[in-house]
Design a binder for this molecule. Structure first.
Ligand code: AHG
Ligand code: MN
Ligand code: MN
Length: 332
Protein backbone atom coordinates (compact mmCIF):
# COMPACT_ATOMS: atom_id res chain seq x y z
CA UNK A 1 0.00 0.00 0.00
CA UNK A 2 2.75 2.37 1.04
CA UNK A 3 4.44 1.85 -2.31
CA UNK A 4 1.58 3.47 -4.20
CA UNK A 5 0.99 6.43 -1.93
CA UNK A 6 2.82 9.64 -2.53
CA UNK A 7 0.70 11.97 -0.41
CA UNK A 8 2.38 12.93 2.84
CA UNK A 9 0.61 13.76 6.07
CA UNK A 10 1.94 17.31 5.81
CA UNK A 11 0.35 17.74 2.37
CA UNK A 12 -2.88 16.14 3.54
CA UNK A 13 -3.18 18.51 6.50
CA UNK A 14 -2.77 21.56 4.28
CA UNK A 15 -5.17 20.27 1.60
CA UNK A 16 -7.89 19.50 4.10
CA UNK A 17 -7.63 22.40 6.50
CA UNK A 18 -10.09 24.60 4.63
CA UNK A 19 -12.88 22.05 5.10
CA UNK A 20 -12.55 22.45 8.85
CA UNK A 21 -15.07 24.91 10.23
CA UNK A 22 -13.19 26.43 13.19
CA UNK A 23 -9.74 28.02 13.48
CA UNK A 24 -8.22 25.57 11.06
CA UNK A 25 -4.68 26.94 10.97
CA UNK A 26 -4.40 26.38 14.69
CA UNK A 27 -5.73 22.82 14.42
CA UNK A 28 -3.28 22.05 11.61
CA UNK A 29 -0.40 23.24 13.77
CA UNK A 30 -1.67 21.05 16.56
CA UNK A 31 -1.81 17.92 14.38
CA UNK A 32 1.70 18.80 13.19
CA UNK A 33 2.94 18.94 16.78
CA UNK A 34 1.41 15.53 17.44
CA UNK A 35 3.01 14.19 14.27
CA UNK A 36 6.40 15.34 15.48
CA UNK A 37 6.01 13.94 18.99
CA UNK A 38 4.83 10.65 17.48
CA UNK A 39 8.08 10.38 15.54
CA UNK A 40 10.15 11.05 18.65
CA UNK A 41 8.23 8.48 20.72
CA UNK A 42 8.42 6.01 17.84
CA UNK A 43 12.18 6.32 17.90
CA UNK A 44 12.24 5.60 21.64
CA UNK A 45 9.82 2.68 21.39
CA UNK A 46 11.93 1.14 18.64
CA UNK A 47 15.10 1.24 20.65
CA UNK A 48 13.43 0.23 23.92
CA UNK A 49 14.91 -3.26 23.78
CA UNK A 50 18.41 -1.86 23.47
CA UNK A 51 18.73 0.65 26.24
CA UNK A 52 17.93 0.98 29.87
CA UNK A 53 14.76 2.87 29.15
CA UNK A 54 13.02 -0.48 29.30
CA UNK A 55 11.06 -1.56 32.32
CA UNK A 56 9.26 -0.12 35.27
CA UNK A 57 10.23 3.27 36.62
CA UNK A 58 9.12 2.29 40.08
CA UNK A 59 6.59 5.13 40.21
CA UNK A 60 2.87 4.62 40.30
CA UNK A 61 0.56 6.73 38.14
CA UNK A 62 -2.62 8.40 39.25
CA UNK A 63 -4.67 5.24 38.71
CA UNK A 64 -2.29 3.25 40.93
CA UNK A 65 -0.79 1.26 38.09
CA UNK A 66 2.94 0.93 37.71
CA UNK A 67 4.25 3.44 35.22
CA UNK A 68 6.69 2.07 32.70
CA UNK A 69 9.66 4.29 31.90
CA UNK A 70 8.44 4.80 28.40
CA UNK A 71 5.03 5.99 29.65
CA UNK A 72 6.77 8.87 31.36
CA UNK A 73 9.01 9.51 28.42
CA UNK A 74 6.08 9.56 25.99
CA UNK A 75 4.12 11.82 28.34
CA UNK A 76 7.03 14.26 28.51
CA UNK A 77 7.57 14.27 24.75
CA UNK A 78 3.95 15.03 23.94
CA UNK A 79 3.70 17.72 26.63
CA UNK A 80 6.97 19.27 25.43
CA UNK A 81 5.97 19.28 21.79
CA UNK A 82 2.57 20.82 22.49
CA UNK A 83 3.81 23.33 25.05
CA UNK A 84 6.78 24.59 23.04
CA UNK A 85 4.63 25.46 20.07
CA UNK A 86 2.13 27.42 22.14
CA UNK A 87 -0.78 26.00 20.23
CA UNK A 88 -2.97 24.66 22.99
CA UNK A 89 -4.27 26.30 26.14
CA UNK A 90 -4.38 23.12 28.21
CA UNK A 91 -3.36 19.47 28.31
CA UNK A 92 -4.61 16.58 30.41
CA UNK A 93 -2.76 13.27 30.46
CA UNK A 94 -3.58 9.86 31.84
CA UNK A 95 -0.20 10.02 33.58
CA UNK A 96 -0.88 13.19 35.57
CA UNK A 97 -3.49 13.87 38.23
CA UNK A 98 -4.33 17.45 37.24
CA UNK A 99 -4.62 19.18 33.90
CA UNK A 100 -1.86 21.48 32.78
CA UNK A 101 -2.72 25.08 31.96
CA UNK A 102 -0.56 26.62 29.26
CA UNK A 103 0.00 30.33 29.05
CA UNK A 104 1.05 31.75 25.75
CA UNK A 105 4.26 33.78 25.95
CA UNK A 106 2.26 36.98 26.31
CA UNK A 107 0.25 35.38 29.15
CA UNK A 108 -2.99 36.01 27.29
CA UNK A 109 -4.12 32.40 26.93
CA UNK A 110 -4.93 33.00 23.27
CA UNK A 111 -5.27 29.42 22.11
CA UNK A 112 -8.61 27.76 21.68
CA UNK A 113 -7.87 24.04 21.93
CA UNK A 114 -7.31 21.59 24.78
CA UNK A 115 -5.73 18.17 24.27
CA UNK A 116 -6.21 15.00 26.29
CA UNK A 117 -3.76 12.14 25.85
CA UNK A 118 -2.97 8.60 26.81
CA UNK A 119 0.73 8.96 25.99
CA UNK A 120 1.43 5.23 25.94
CA UNK A 121 -1.41 2.78 25.70
CA UNK A 122 -0.84 -0.93 26.27
CA UNK A 123 2.36 -0.18 28.14
CA UNK A 124 2.52 -3.61 29.78
CA UNK A 125 3.38 -4.85 26.27
CA UNK A 126 6.63 -2.89 26.06
CA UNK A 127 8.76 -5.45 27.83
CA UNK A 128 7.65 -8.19 25.48
CA UNK A 129 8.06 -6.39 22.17
CA UNK A 130 4.35 -6.14 21.37
CA UNK A 131 2.58 -3.13 19.82
CA UNK A 132 1.75 -0.09 21.92
CA UNK A 133 0.12 3.21 21.00
CA UNK A 134 -0.69 6.82 21.81
CA UNK A 135 -4.27 8.14 21.91
CA UNK A 136 -5.23 11.82 21.63
CA UNK A 137 -8.42 13.83 21.81
CA UNK A 138 -8.94 17.51 20.97
CA UNK A 139 -11.69 19.93 22.05
CA UNK A 140 -12.36 23.61 21.71
CA UNK A 141 -12.33 25.26 25.10
CA UNK A 142 -15.70 26.34 26.50
CA UNK A 143 -14.38 29.13 28.73
CA UNK A 144 -13.48 32.45 27.07
CA UNK A 145 -10.22 32.81 25.18
CA UNK A 146 -7.88 35.06 27.13
CA UNK A 147 -8.57 33.45 30.52
CA UNK A 148 -6.80 30.45 32.09
CA UNK A 149 -8.38 27.06 31.27
CA UNK A 150 -10.57 25.38 33.87
CA UNK A 151 -11.70 21.81 34.53
CA UNK A 152 -14.86 22.60 32.57
CA UNK A 153 -12.81 22.83 29.37
CA UNK A 154 -11.78 19.20 29.78
CA UNK A 155 -15.00 17.68 31.12
CA UNK A 156 -16.90 17.87 27.84
CA UNK A 157 -18.94 15.04 26.35
CA UNK A 158 -17.06 13.17 23.61
CA UNK A 159 -19.46 14.42 20.94
CA UNK A 160 -17.81 17.85 21.32
CA UNK A 161 -14.46 16.53 20.08
CA UNK A 162 -13.11 18.34 17.03
CA UNK A 163 -10.37 15.81 16.35
CA UNK A 164 -9.09 12.53 17.73
CA UNK A 165 -6.56 9.95 16.73
CA UNK A 166 -4.01 7.39 17.67
CA UNK A 167 -0.48 6.38 16.83
CA UNK A 168 0.28 2.68 16.69
CA UNK A 169 3.89 1.65 17.16
CA UNK A 170 3.54 -1.73 15.50
CA UNK A 171 5.19 -3.72 12.73
CA UNK A 172 5.05 -0.35 11.08
CA UNK A 173 4.17 2.92 12.77
CA UNK A 174 0.91 4.54 11.80
CA UNK A 175 -0.95 7.70 12.67
CA UNK A 176 -4.72 7.42 12.28
CA UNK A 177 -6.95 10.42 12.90
CA UNK A 178 -10.21 12.19 12.22
CA UNK A 179 -11.29 15.81 12.27
CA UNK A 180 -14.94 14.79 11.91
CA UNK A 181 -14.77 14.16 8.20
CA UNK A 182 -13.87 10.46 8.01
CA UNK A 183 -10.81 8.59 9.22
CA UNK A 184 -7.45 8.49 7.47
CA UNK A 185 -4.38 6.41 8.25
CA UNK A 186 -0.76 7.37 7.55
CA UNK A 187 2.19 5.00 7.64
CA UNK A 188 5.65 6.18 8.65
CA UNK A 189 8.47 5.53 6.24
CA UNK A 190 11.21 5.23 8.87
CA UNK A 191 14.02 5.69 6.36
CA UNK A 192 13.05 9.31 5.74
CA UNK A 193 10.81 10.01 8.74
CA UNK A 194 7.73 10.88 6.69
CA UNK A 195 4.14 9.72 7.17
CA UNK A 196 2.35 8.77 3.93
CA UNK A 197 -1.38 8.41 3.40
CA UNK A 198 -1.69 4.62 3.24
CA UNK A 199 -5.25 4.01 4.48
CA UNK A 200 -7.60 6.68 3.10
CA UNK A 201 -11.19 6.77 4.38
CA UNK A 202 -11.01 3.84 6.80
CA UNK A 203 -14.28 2.05 7.60
CA UNK A 204 -15.29 -0.71 9.99
CA UNK A 205 -16.97 -3.58 8.14
CA UNK A 206 -20.65 -3.58 9.24
CA UNK A 207 -20.31 -7.09 10.64
CA UNK A 208 -17.23 -8.90 11.83
CA UNK A 209 -16.06 -12.17 13.29
CA UNK A 210 -13.42 -11.13 15.82
CA UNK A 211 -14.14 -10.52 19.50
CA UNK A 212 -11.52 -8.97 21.79
CA UNK A 213 -11.93 -9.22 25.54
CA UNK A 214 -9.86 -10.28 28.54
CA UNK A 215 -11.65 -13.58 29.07
CA UNK A 216 -9.65 -14.30 32.21
CA UNK A 217 -12.17 -12.06 33.95
CA UNK A 218 -15.12 -14.13 32.67
CA UNK A 219 -16.42 -15.17 36.09
CA UNK A 220 -16.60 -11.52 37.15
CA UNK A 221 -18.52 -10.25 34.10
CA UNK A 222 -22.22 -9.28 34.11
CA UNK A 223 -24.53 -12.05 32.86
CA UNK A 224 -25.22 -10.20 29.58
CA UNK A 225 -21.52 -10.18 28.69
CA UNK A 226 -21.16 -13.86 29.60
CA UNK A 227 -24.12 -14.65 27.35
CA UNK A 228 -22.65 -12.64 24.48
CA UNK A 229 -19.32 -14.47 24.80
CA UNK A 230 -21.19 -17.79 24.63
CA UNK A 231 -23.02 -16.44 21.56
CA UNK A 232 -19.64 -15.64 19.93
CA UNK A 233 -18.45 -19.18 20.63
CA UNK A 234 -21.57 -20.98 19.44
CA UNK A 235 -21.42 -23.27 16.38
CA UNK A 236 -23.58 -21.53 13.77
CA UNK A 237 -23.19 -20.63 10.12
CA UNK A 238 -20.69 -17.78 10.71
CA UNK A 239 -19.60 -18.77 14.23
CA UNK A 240 -17.67 -19.43 16.37
CA UNK A 241 -15.98 -16.07 16.01
CA UNK A 242 -12.26 -15.69 16.40
CA UNK A 243 -10.91 -14.44 19.73
CA UNK A 244 -8.03 -11.92 19.51
CA UNK A 245 -6.81 -9.86 22.46
CA UNK A 246 -3.48 -8.03 22.44
CA UNK A 247 -4.07 -6.09 25.65
CA UNK A 248 -3.40 -2.82 23.91
CA UNK A 249 -6.63 -1.01 23.05
CA UNK A 250 -5.02 0.83 20.14
CA UNK A 251 -3.80 -2.38 18.51
CA UNK A 252 -6.99 -4.35 19.15
CA UNK A 253 -9.10 -1.46 17.83
CA UNK A 254 -6.91 -1.00 14.77
CA UNK A 255 -7.13 -4.65 13.78
CA UNK A 256 -10.88 -4.75 14.37
CA UNK A 257 -11.45 -1.63 12.28
CA UNK A 258 -9.59 -3.18 9.36
CA UNK A 259 -10.93 -6.73 9.67
CA UNK A 260 -14.30 -6.30 11.41
CA UNK A 261 -14.67 -7.02 15.10
CA UNK A 262 -15.62 -5.85 18.56
CA UNK A 263 -13.49 -4.72 21.50
CA UNK A 264 -15.01 -5.08 24.98
CA UNK A 265 -13.89 -3.95 28.42
CA UNK A 266 -17.01 -4.45 30.57
CA UNK A 267 -17.54 -3.67 34.20
CA UNK A 268 -16.96 -6.62 36.50
CA UNK A 269 -17.42 -7.60 40.11
CA UNK A 270 -13.78 -6.50 40.56
CA UNK A 271 -14.05 -3.14 38.77
CA UNK A 272 -17.45 -1.45 38.81
CA UNK A 273 -16.71 0.74 35.79
CA UNK A 274 -14.23 -1.47 34.00
CA UNK A 275 -10.74 -0.19 33.46
CA UNK A 276 -10.64 2.17 30.51
CA UNK A 277 -10.71 5.93 30.96
CA UNK A 278 -13.54 7.84 29.37
CA UNK A 279 -11.54 10.94 28.48
CA UNK A 280 -8.19 9.51 27.43
CA UNK A 281 -9.22 6.25 25.80
CA UNK A 282 -12.94 5.70 25.20
CA UNK A 283 -14.02 9.09 23.85
CA UNK A 284 -11.29 9.40 21.21
CA UNK A 285 -11.72 5.78 20.10
CA UNK A 286 -15.51 6.22 20.03
CA UNK A 287 -15.21 9.33 17.85
CA UNK A 288 -12.90 7.51 15.43
CA UNK A 289 -15.21 4.47 15.45
CA UNK A 290 -18.29 6.52 14.58
CA UNK A 291 -16.41 8.39 11.88
CA UNK A 292 -15.52 4.97 10.43
CA UNK A 293 -19.14 3.70 10.45
CA UNK A 294 -18.57 1.80 13.71
CA UNK A 295 -20.24 2.16 17.08
CA UNK A 296 -19.16 2.68 20.70
CA UNK A 297 -21.30 2.15 23.77
CA UNK A 298 -21.05 1.51 27.50
CA UNK A 299 -23.50 -1.34 26.98
CA UNK A 300 -26.55 0.92 27.13
CA UNK A 301 -25.61 4.47 26.14
CA UNK A 302 -23.58 6.05 23.36
CA UNK A 303 -20.10 6.80 24.75
CA UNK A 304 -19.99 10.22 23.07
CA UNK A 305 -23.15 11.33 24.92
CA UNK A 306 -21.78 10.71 28.42
CA UNK A 307 -21.21 13.83 30.56
CA UNK A 308 -17.86 13.34 32.29
CA UNK A 309 -17.70 14.13 36.00
CA UNK A 310 -13.96 13.80 36.58
CA UNK A 311 -10.73 13.70 34.58
CA UNK A 312 -9.79 10.11 35.29
CA UNK A 313 -13.19 8.46 35.32
CA UNK A 314 -13.60 4.98 33.90
CA UNK A 315 -16.38 3.52 31.83
CA UNK A 316 -17.37 0.10 30.44
CA UNK A 317 -16.51 0.03 26.74
CA UNK A 318 -17.93 -1.87 23.78
CA UNK A 319 -16.65 -0.68 20.44
CA UNK A 320 -16.43 -1.91 16.88
CA UNK A 321 -18.50 -3.11 13.95
CA UNK A 322 -22.01 -1.75 14.33
CA UNK A 323 -23.87 -5.06 14.09
CA UNK A 324 -21.66 -6.60 16.77
CA UNK A 325 -22.10 -3.69 19.20
CA UNK A 326 -25.85 -3.77 18.59
CA UNK A 327 -25.81 -7.48 19.37
CA UNK A 328 -23.93 -7.18 22.66
CA UNK A 329 -26.26 -4.33 23.71
CA UNK A 330 -29.23 -6.62 23.09
CA UNK A 331 -27.76 -9.07 25.60
CA UNK A 332 -27.19 -6.48 28.33
P1 AHG B 1 -2.58 1.71 29.58
O1 AHG B 1 -1.37 0.97 29.13
O2 AHG B 1 -2.66 3.09 29.00
O3 AHG B 1 -2.76 1.69 31.06
O4 AHG B 1 -3.87 1.00 28.95
C1 AHG B 1 -4.02 -0.38 28.97
C2 AHG B 1 -5.46 -0.71 28.70
C3 AHG B 1 -5.79 -1.02 27.26
O5 AHG B 1 -4.91 -0.58 26.31
C4 AHG B 1 -5.87 -2.51 27.23
O6 AHG B 1 -6.76 -2.95 26.26
C5 AHG B 1 -6.31 -2.85 28.61
O7 AHG B 1 -5.78 -1.86 29.44
C6 AHG B 1 -5.83 -4.19 29.04
O8 AHG B 1 -6.29 -4.44 30.32
P2 AHG B 1 -6.26 -5.91 30.94
O9 AHG B 1 -4.84 -6.26 31.14
O10 AHG B 1 -7.02 -5.77 32.23
O11 AHG B 1 -6.97 -6.82 29.96
MN1 MN C 1 -4.37 3.18 27.81
MN1 MN D 1 -1.25 4.73 29.13
Amino acid sequence: MLGNSTKTLGEFIIENQSSFKYSSGELSKLINAIRLAAKVVNHEVNKAGLVDILGSSGDVNIQGETQQKLDIHAHNKFIESLTNREIVCGIASEEEEDFISINSSDEKHQNSYVVLIDPLDGSSNIDVNVSVGTIFSIYRRVTPIGSPVTLEDFLQPGKNQVAAGYVIYGTSTMLVYTTGDGVNGFTLNPAIGTFYLSHPNMKFPKAGNIYSINEGNYNHFPQGVKDYIKYCQKEEEDRPYTSRYIGSLVSDFHRNMIKGGIYMYPKSSKASNGKLRLLYECNPMAFIAEQANGKASNGHTRILDIDPKELHERVPFFCGSVEMVDKVESFM
